[in-house]
Design a protein around this ligand. Structure first.
Ligand SMILES: *[C@@H]1O[C@H](CO)[C@@H](O)[C@H](O)[C@H]1NC(C)=O
Ligand SMILES: *[C@@H]1O[C@H](CO)[C@@H](O)[C@H](O)[C@H]1NC(C)=O
Ligand SMILES: *[C@@H]1O[C@H](CO)[C@@H](O)[C@H](O)[C@H]1NC(C)=O
Ligand SMILES: *[C@@H]1O[C@H](CO)[C@@H](O)[C@H](O)[C@H]1NC(C)=O
Ligand SMILES: *[C@@H]1O[C@H](CO)[C@@H](O)[C@H](O)[C@H]1NC(C)=O
Ligand SMILES: *[C@@H]1O[C@H](CO)[C@@H](O)[C@H](O)[C@H]1NC(C)=O
Ligand SMILES: CC(=O)N[C@H]1CO[C@H](CO)[C@@H](O)[C@@H]1O
Ligand SMILES: [Ca+2]
Ligand SMILES: [Ca+2]
Length: 562
C-alpha cells in the first residue's frame, strides 16, 4: 500500500517537475530559426527576384524540415542601395516583393502551420530617400532633429570646413556627408545613402515604436534588430563629437570607441523591450521576441539581455561560429562555444548558434565541404536555438562567379538563389534570368535530389531537428542536460541527456585522420544519424565501453534510451 503511495507521489512529483520544466522554455529558446533572404528564396512571378508569394508557396518546406520560426531580411520599400537595409518607408512593402495583402496572406499561412515569423528591423538608419530625411533636410517641423546633423569644424589655418569628427563609415569613407541644401553634415555609420536616425530625439523613439506597433498589429512574432551596436554615438555636452583613436599597429583603422557599443544603445533596447512586453500584456498571445544583431563581445551582448534591473532583447545573435575558418578544429569550436557559454549561458541560460548569414562566406566554402554535415550536427546538438541561413540545410557553398558584376558586391557569392530542384533556375524562378546567377552545382545539389536520401545534408538536418522532440533535447535547462568537449584536437563531442532516461551523443571528426577513443562511457548506443564518411549503418549498435574508431571526417549521432 505504502509502496503504491510512494510510487504515486513520485509520479506526481515527476509530473510537476516536467510541467514546470516545460513552462520555463519559451518558444524562441529552443527554436529552429531560419533566415530567409527574400530576394533569393523563391520567385513567384518570373521576374527573377524572390518575393513574398514565393515564400508563402514554400512555407510547407519549413514544416517538412522541422523549422519552427523564420526571420526575414528587410522587405520594406527601399532604393536597394544596401539590399533593403536602407529603408525608405518602414510601413510599406517593397513593390518587387509584393503587396501588404501578400504579406498578410504569408503571415496567416505561416501561423496556420504554427510557424513564427520575425521581421528584420533596421532602426539605426533610414534611406536618404525616406520622406523623413527629405523633411529633415528642409528642417520641417518635427523633423529638424530627426537625423544627426552638425556644422562641422573650421580648420583654423585654411578656413576650410571639416567634418565634425574623424569617424569612418563601415563601408568606407567618412561617416559624415555634407548637404549643400541644409548647409550641414549628417552622420551615416554605413553608406552615405543610410543616414543615422537621431535617438537623442524622443520623437524618433516614438516614431520607431509606432512602426513596431504597425507590424505587431498585423500579427508578427518579433523583431530582429539590425546593427544595434551602432544605434547611439558619443556626443559631448558642448555638442562636439570626439575623434576616435587609431588602432595600434594600423595606419588608419579607427578604434570604434565612440560609434559602437555605447551604453545608450543598450538603453534604447531596454525601452523597446518594455514596449514589447506592454504590447503583450495588452494584446495577449505568445512572447514577441527581440533578437539583437551586434558584432560585439559577450559582455556587451550580456548587457543587451539585462543589466540586472532592466531587461532587453531575449536573444543576441551568437556569431562565434561565423568566425570559424578552414583551420578551425574541435578545439577552436570548443573555445568559441566556451566564449559564449561561460558568459551568456552562465548568466542567462540562453544560447544560439549562427554559422551563416548574408554577410559572410558560407560554411562549406569557409571551413570545407567535408565538415559541413558535421557542423550541422554540432550546431543543432548544442543547447538553445539553432539559426539556419537559407540553403545551409542542403549545404550550399558560395558561388564566387556571382560576384562578377560592376561594381562587384563582395557579399553576392553567399546570396545566390535557393536551389530547389534540377529544373530551370534550380526551381527558384521560371523567368529568363535571375537577379544573381544560380550556382551551376544545382544540378546535383538541390532540395529534391537530397530529399529522402539517407546521408544527404538535408536528411541530416531533418534528423537533427527531429531530435529536438526527444526528452534528451528538451531537458537542456536541467542539471546535467548537456555537455560538450573537444575529445582531441579534431574530434568534437556533444552530449544531450535526460538523466536516467535518454542520451544523445554527437561524435564529429573534423580531421583527415582516423581517431580512436577508449571507454567513453559504459553505454551501448545506436547509430541514428551518419554522414557520408561513416562506414556504419543506421541501427547499428556501438559499445562505448571499449575502443571506438572514427574515420576521417566521420560524424555520427548515437542514441541510448533506458
Ligand atoms: C511537458 O513535457 C512532457 C514531455 O517532455 C509532456 O508529456 C507534457 O505534456 C508537457 N507538459 C506541458 C504542460 O506542456
Ligand atoms: C509609407 O507608405 C504608406 C503606404 O503607401 C503611406 O501611407 C505613408 O505615408 C508612407 N510613409 C512615409 C513616411 O513615406
Ligand atoms: C567640448 O567638450 C570636450 C569634453 O569635455 C572637450 O574635450 C572639448 O575640447 C570641448 N570642445 C569645445 C569646442 O569646447
Ligand atoms: C540598468 O539600467 C538602468 C537604465 O536603463 C539603470 O537605471 C539601472 O541602474 C541599471 N542597473 C544596474 C544594476 O546597473
Ligand atoms: C523570356 O524570353 C522569351 C523569349 O525571348 C520572351 O518571349 C519572354 O517574354 C521572356 N519572359 C520574361 C518573363 O521576360
Ligand atoms: C555505468 O556507469 C555508471 C556511472 O559511472 C554506473 O553508475 C553504472 O553502474 C555503470 N553501469 C554498468 C552496467 O557498468
Ligand atoms: C548580419 C547583418 O544583418 N548585417 C547587416 C548590418 O547592418 C548593415 C547596414 O544596415 C547591413 O548592410 C548588414 O547586412
Ligand atoms: Ca518575383
Ligand atoms: Ca546610430
Amino acid at each position: 500500500m505504502s509502496f503504491c503511495l510512494i510510487r504515486l507521489l513520485a509520479a506526481l512529483l515527476l509530473c510537476a517537475v516536467s510541467a514546470t520544466a516545460n513552462q520555463t522554455v519559451d518558444w524562441w529558446e529552443s527554436a529552429t530559426l531560419y533566415q530567409i533572404y527574400p530576394r533569393s528564396f523563391m520567385d513567384s512571378d518570373g521576374d527573377g527576384i524572390g518575393d513574398l508569394n514565393g515564400i508563402t508557396s514554400r512555407l510547407a518546406f519549413f514544416k517538412e524540415i522541422g523549422v519552427t520560426a523564420t526571420w526575414i531580411s528587410p522587405i520594406y520599400d527601399s532604393p536597394m542601395a544596401d539590399m533593403g537595409y536602407d529603408v525608405s518607408n518602414y510601413t510599406k512593402i517593397y513593390p518587387v516583393f509584393g503587396t501588404m495583402e501578400d504579406f498578410d496572406n504569408m503571415l496567416a499561412k505561416a501561423h496556420e502551420l504554427d510557424l513564427k515569423l520575425i521581421l528584420d528591423f533596421v532602426p539605426n538608419h533610414s534611406s536618404d530617400e525616406c520622406e523623413w530625411f527629405q523633411k529633415s533636410i528642409l528642417r520641417e517641423d518635427g523633423y529638424d532633429d530627426f537625423y544627426v546633423w552638425d556644422d562641422g569644424k573650421i580648420d583654423p589655418e585654411t578656413g576650410e570646413r571639416l567634418p565634425p569628427s574623424n569617424w569612418g563609415a563601415t563601408f568606407g569613407g567618412s561617416a559624415w556627408t555634407w548637404v549643400e541644401e541644409r548647409q550641414q553634415y549628417y552622420l551615416h555609420q554605413f553608406l552615405a545613402k543610410q543616414p543615422d536616425l537621431n535617438y537623442n530625439n524622443p520623437l524618433v523613439r516614438e516614431r520607431m515604436k509606432e512602426v513596431m506597433k504597425f507590424w505587431l498589429d498585423r500579427g508578427i512574432d518579433g523583431f530582429r534588430m539590425d546593427a544595434t551596436n551602432s544605434l547611439a554615438e558619443k556626443r559631448f555636452e558642448n555638442g562636439t563629437y570626439p575623434d576616435e583613436p587609431i588602432k595600434a599597429g594600423t595606419v588608419d583603422q579607427l578604434e570604434r570607441i565612440y560609434t559602437q557599443d555605447q551604453w545608450e544603445s543598450t538603453e534604447i533596447i531596454y525601452e523597446w523591450r518594455e514596449f514589447l512586453d506592454e504590447y503583450q500584456r495588452l494584446n495577449g498571445g505568445d512572447t514577441r521576441a527581440m533578437i539583437i544583431e551586434a558584432y560585439s563581445d559577450v559582455d556587451v551582448l550580456s548587457g543587451y539581455i539585462t543589466n540586472g534591473t532592466k531587461v532587453g532583447g531575449q536573444m543576441p545573435m551568437n556569431f562565434n561560429f561565423v568566425r570559424l575558418k578552414e583551420n578551425a578544429n574541435a578545439e577552436t569550436i570548443e573555445t568559441q562555444a566556451n566564449d559564449w557559454m561561460d558568459v551568456i549561458w552562465a548568466r542567462h541560460k540562453m544560447a544560439n548558434w549562427v554559422a551563416n548569414n548574408h554577410d559572410n562566406s558560407r560554411l562549406p566554402t569557409r571551413m570545407g565541404e567535408s565538415k559541413k554535415d558535421a557542423m550541422t550536427m554540432i550546431i543543432h546538438a548544442l543547447p538553445g536555438t539553432s539559426v539556419t541561413y537559407y540553403g545551409e540545410e542542403i549545404g550550399m557553398p558560395d558561388y564566387a562567379a556571382a560576384c562578377s558584376g560592376d561594381p562587384c558586391n563582395f557579399r553576392d557569392p553567399e546570396r545566390t538563389p535557393m536551389q530547389w530542384n534540377g529544373a530551370k533556375n534550380a526551381g527558384f524562378s521560371t523567368g529568363n534570368s535571375t537577379w544573381l546567377p544560380v550556382n551551376p552545382n544545382y544540378l546535383f545539389l538541390n532540395v529534391q535530389v537530397q530529399r529522402g536520401v539517407a546521408r544527404s545534408s538535408l536528411q541530416i538536418f531533418k534528423g537533427m531537428t527531429a531530435l529536438k522532440k526527444t526528452d534528451a533535447f528538451k531537458a537542456f535547462k536541467e542539471e546535467g542536460g548537456f555537455s560538450y568537449k573537444a575529445l582531441s584536437e579534431q574530434v568534437f563531442q556533444v552530449i544531450r541527456t535526460a538523466v536516467d532516461r535518454e542520451e544523445i551523443r554527437v561524435l564529429a571528426n573534423l580531421g583527415n585522420q582516423i581517431e580512436y577513443f577508449d571507454g567513453l562511457t559504459n553505454k551501448t548506443m545506436e547509430y541514428v544519424l551518419l554522414n557520408s564518411y561513416s562506414p556504419h549503418r543506421y541501427g547499428d549498435k556501438l559499445d562505448l565501453s571499449g575502443r571506438i574508431y572514427l574515420m576521417p571526417y566521420e560524424a555520427v549521432v548515437l542514441r541510448w534510451t533506458a
